[in-house]
Write a protein that binds this ligand. Structure first.
Ligand code: ADP
Ligand code: NG1
Ligand code: MG
Length: 466
């Protein structure tokens, strides 16, 4: 029987490798030299990720099972002796951006943030921990990104993490992978979303050939050895959702927090000390089945009004805004607490079963069990968490007869589905989606970029040139 290995090595740093030129790095180099009239000094690669199971539970403190993708963000960088940062993007839809590294603000307004604001989040995150005696330098950067954007494959965190890693390398300031993962999770919140840290963790901690079980507080990762014959296929639903453009993502974070606080109050625990459902579980010293029972007993299924929450918690609107809500959720008047908390505890149980099944993969039916857990996860995200999209539901439904299970991946409301497929069925499955999904929607070319098989890739690295 295979054993999962605790493979978090404290203080391990991001590898610095020799650059092997590819068509892509060459194209990026050309873009860089055309723009800045000099050669890049180093490159940074940070992968996107697909989450296999454990959705919308990282910010509640529960473990998740992502793996890093081949699709990544690649930066070409050269440090400067000035304080100016100059950003350019190989994709012409993104305008150049310059600022002073000692004097910039991220200033998030209404709607989707600008692309460079994600980059600035990463710079700020690193500068926040840079020792005061290191003199701060500007740098020139060209960005090439091939992770489908706003599609649940974590392009935002790859960009934030790449910016932080480039800033650390420019300043010869070595930070461990764990510290980078934690600080990038923290600094991406400057963009406005209160994510849980899965994306930045897998970006740095991924190793080639295996998915990971990532756990939080403190951050830990374990190899997840998938049973032989497990192929994960990603399919884009042709819908997108920028998570920082609306309050939907933070609304779910806040609904989970309010659910935890109301159960805490009911159990005579100081509710203001509880921010996450995971903290509540630890405080109650209960198992997940007990937590599921408590949700059913304590939280009603109808939406809670803000007024009712204030009454139950015996608090004022100002205090609730401060202890429980985010700036963009303060105007929301109704919250679903029963459904959201139920999803979180049941999904955390599914992650446990997924992990146990991978541990004992010689047992018969392991692939079927994993597939079933993935399908159950989708149903829960659709019905309890309400973060699916009709086109994601259509993809999952079409997948039923060709895969062992399928689900939306990432935050949802659009983006990608991931399916567990037997190797011998991969081509038939992809062809079926071409005909029954993409061609139906009028897409006949470049389908390889929309539906593709994946294998677990390594995490972030720096490339140096000769
Ligand atoms: P995801 O699910 O991909 O993380 P988000 O909505 O969190 O989606 O973030 C997507 C945003 O990240 C994009 O709208 C863009 O601003 C930024 N982004 C991602 N990749 C790139 C890139 N290659 N170039 C510029 N900006 C990018
Ligand atoms: P994506 O899919 O990258 O938007 C978001 C959060 C994750 C996690 C998932 C849902 C960020 C940066 N990422 O991911 O932490 O909560 O949603 O499981 O906020
Ligand atoms: Mg994101």
């Amino acid at each position: 029987m295979a054993q999962n290995v605790m493979n978090t090595i404290e203080n391990e740093t991001v590898p610095v490798l020799q650059l092997q030129q590819t068509n892509r790095s060459k194209q990026l180099q050309e873009c860089f030299t055309a723009k800045f009239k000099q050669e890049p000094v180093f490159y940074v690669r940070v992968p996107g990720r697909v989450n296999l199971i454990g959705e919308h539970i990282d910010y509640c403190g529960y473990g998740v099972c992502p793996m890093a993708l081949e699709q990544d963000i690649l930066l070409a960088v050269s440090p400067q002796e000035t304080e100016v940062i100059k950003l350019t993007n190989i994709d012409p839809i993104y305008s150049d951006y310059n600022c002073n590294i000692k004097n910039f603000s991220i200033n998030i307004g209404e709607g989707a943030p600008e692309w460079y604001q994600y980059f600035l989040c990463g710079i700020k995150g690193l500068l926040d921990v840079l020792p005061k005696d290191i003199s701060i330098k500007g740098f020139n950067v060209a960005v090439s990104g091939i992770i489908p954007q706003s599609a649940g494959l974590s392009s935002s965190s790859a960009l934030v993490s790449a910016a932080a890693l480039a800033t650390s390398y420019v300043h010869s300031f070595t930070v461990s992978k764990e510290k980078l993962a934690n600080l990038c999770a923290e600094c991406e919140r400057y963009i406005g979303t209160q994510g849980g840290g899965m994306d930045q963790a897998i970006a740095f901690l991924a190793t080639e050939g295996c998915a990971k079980l990532i756990e939080f507080a403190p951050l830990r990762s374990k190899d997840l050895f998938l049973p032989p014959g497990a192929v994960f296929v990603i399919a884009h639903s042709l819908t997108r959702m920028n998570k920082a453009a609306t309050a939907d993502f933070n609304c779910r974070v806040v609904e989970c927090r309010l659910a935890a606080q109301i159960i805490a109050k009911h159990k005579n625990i100081e509710w203001t000390n509880i921010k996450r459902l995971g903290e509540l579980q630890k405080t109650l010293n209960a198992n997940l089945s007990t937590m599921i029972r408590l949700v059913r007993e304590i939280l009603h299924e109808e939406s809670y009004t803000k007024e009712e929450i204030l009454k139950v918690l015996n608090t004022s609107c100002e205090k609730l805004n401060e202890t429980s809500l985010t700036p963009n959720t303060r105007n929301i008047q109704t919250f679903k607490l029963h459904q959201r908390a139920l999803h979180v505890f049941e999904e955390a149980l599914r992650v446990e079963k997924f992990n146990e099944t991978c541990n004992g993969f010689s047992s018969e039916g392991a692939l079927e069990t994993l597939g079933q857990l993935m399908s159950e996860s989708h149903t829960s995200l659709r019905d309890l968490y309400e973060c699916s999209h009709p086109q994601l539901d259509k993809l999952v439904k079409l997948s039923r007869d060709f895969t062992l299970g399928a689900r939306l991946t990432g935050a949802g409301w659009g983006g990608c589905a991931v399916a567990l497929v037997k190797p011998e069925n991969v081509d038939t499955y992809i062809n079926m989606l071409k005909t029954n999904f993409y061609e139906e929607l009028g897409v006949t070319s470049n389908i390889e970029a929309l539906v593709f098989g994946t294998k677990p890739n390594p995490g972030a690295c720096v490339y140096v040139c000769n």
